[in-house]
Design a protein. Structure first.
Length: 242
């Protein structure tokens, strides 16, 4: 891509190993989440440690491997969606620049944005409301390539019971506020989504890094901010909108 920068990898065994080219646009995205050159190198190191085929891309299985997560899991719908968003060429693989932007963007989501992300996952037909049937399908989620008859349903039965208890069971669909109320009353429904983010945050750059970003975003949420930062892998200073 134009204006892409390749750099030596941290701890690489030879001086020829480089972080794959990352475009200026992609770099600007992650700079807005407070990542600097050292953080990008650390993300690349983590990416390569899990890429055991050493082919420079992740498939969906690496998304699970990095968390030591089984494919049949309550976190599967969330993990599969993150991967689907990062697979920009729809080839079933994610390059490092795609991974860098996708994983950083997911880890940077606020609590409310995480709930919006969950809404998007459940609202399969994208009509802006979640039907009861869509929630039941979400609770019965089986990832592609996994044998459906393989043991118990992944989600506990009390998730389905919650739908009958919520509003006395007299509802057919929910808008975003309705999902927020459902998750407030039955927190275990949204727990897998929040927990997936927490796991990826720990793995990539650490919990403290992302919590600092959370704090800053809450503190300055009504203020439009920019800051001057060094463009990674150059000496150039640029303005980044936070």
């Amino acid at each position: 891509p134009p204006h892409a920068r390749a750099v030596p990898a941290m701890g690489s065994s030879s001086s020829t190993a480089k972080v794959p080219p990352v475009s200026d646009k992609e770099l600007r995205t992650v700079l807005s989440f407070n990542l600097a050159e050292g953080h990008i190198r650390a993300m690349y190191k983590g990416f390569m440690e899990v890429d055991i085929d050493n082919n420079g891309v992740w498939t969906v299985s690496e998304m699970y491997r990095v968390l030591k997560e089984p494919r049949l899991s309550v976190r599967a719908p969330v993990i599969d969606t993150i991967f689907f968003m990062g697979d920009s060429n729809s080839e079933g693989s994610m390059s490092f620049p795609d991974f860098l932007v996708t994983m950083s963007s997911f880890c940077a989501l606020s609590k409310e944005e995480m709930l919006q992300f969950l809404f998007m996952i459940i609202d399969v037909d994208r009509n802006g409301t979640i039907e009861k049937e869509e929630l039941l399908n979400f609770f019965s989620y089986v990832p592609a390539g996994v044998d459906e008859g393989n043991g118990e349903p992944v989600f506990p039965v009390n998730n389905k019971n919650a739908l009958d208890k919520f509003r006395g069971g007299r509802w057919q669909s929910l808008q975003f506020d309705g999902l927020a109320q459902l998750c407030e009353r039955f927190p275990y429904i949204a727990y897998p989504a929040y927990h997936t983010q927490e796991m990826y945050r720990r793995k990539f750059l650490g919990k403290a890094f992302w919590e600092r970003l959370d704090y800053e975003r809450i503190k300055y949420q009504t203020v439009s901010r920019t800051k001057r930062v060094r463009m990674p892998f150059t000496k150039k200073k640029i303005e980044v909108k936070l």
